[in-house]
Design a protein around this ligand. Structure first.
Ligand code: MG
Length: 277
């Protein structure tokens, strides 16, 4: 049997995507509803940023708690991953919500240029976020924007600062960072296997590269991320009506590649997470 494909849905980013597509969920009720529809469509992991009702990004733990409670109620077993990045806060504010003990937290292990700014992840902040995740029994998803971040994650795992096995997300297609390039992705995967043989990985493509990365990830044995944080269109001419519609595209792609969308229980087993509540 082939390995099931974990489909991550990143429902809402920290940038003002609402401007580009009014279907991006913003309020807590919209986020819970959108996650539930994506879960029904086949997503088993949700990557979460939260907003104020006016659409501005926030790092409010209260808001994270509210959305997490709704997702736990309506999406049994779904893996909940909080973002510690984006524009949701500065410095240690970015980890204030980890005390809520989501299943996972995103952890960028280095800095990189983004479209209009530096995505700033100084060594002491990375170390602090990793320690917070260990203290709260949260599995990191390492966000790799280039190869150095994979080496850094493997080093932190060797030193016991990340509890293994590693789960790494390779992000491609952000303007001013690593473009979508299949040979580079294949080399990322090869290097991760060499450094950390039991690691799992996901490919995330931004904008028009979203489905391309999903296809390459399926070909190379990885997992897939989709959702309106990264891309708000079904194709060049069509706005995505929902996160669920983007998930459905990936489910179809899985079938083409002889994979199936992982259930929550399969996802937890693949990631070494305890059974869901
Ligand atoms: Mg994010």
């Amino acid at each position: 049997m082939t390995t099931p494909c974990i489909i991550t849905v990143a429902i809402t980013g920290s940038l003002p995507q609402k401007r580009d597509n009014p279907a991006v969920p913003i309020t807590a009720a919209e986020q819970i509803e959108s996650t539930h529809a994506a879960f029904e469509a086949g997503a088993s992991l949700v990557h979460l940023h939260v907003r104020n009702d006016d659409g501005s990004p926030t790092s409010s733990p209260e808001r994270f708690a509210q959305v997490m409670a709704g997702i736990r109620q309506h999406c049994p077993g779904m893996v909940i991953q909080f973002s510690t990045g984006g524009r949701s806060g500065a410095g240690r504010e970015r980890g204030a919500h980890l005390a809520l003990r989501p299943d996972m937290g995103s952890l960028a292990t280095g800095s990189v240029n983004f479209p209009t700014r530096v995505y700033d992840n100084a060594p002491d902040l990375v170390a602090w976020l990793a320690a917070e995740m260990q203290a709260h029994d949260i599995k990191p998803e390492v966000e790799a924007f280039d190869l150095s971040m994979v080496f850094q994650a493997a080093k932190m795992a060797r030193e016991g600062r990340i509890t293994g096995p590693l789960h790494v997300q390779f992000v491609m297609g952000i303007q001013n960072a690593m473009p979508a390039d299949r040979e580079v992705l294949a080399f990322y995967v090869q290097t991760l296997r060499r450094l950390s043989p039991h690691a799992t990985w996901t490919g995330a493509g931004i904008g028009r590269d979203q489905l391309t990365l999903a296809r390459w990830s399926l070909e190379l044995g990885g997992h897939c991320r989709t959702g309106m944080e990264d891309n708000v269109r079904l194709d060049r001419d069509t706005l995505a009506p929902s996160n669920a519609a983007l998930v459905q595209q990936v489910v179809q792609l899985c079938e083409v590649h002889g994979r199936h969308a992982a259930t929550p229980a399969e996802t937890r087993a693949l990631l070494g997470l305890p059974a869901g509540v």
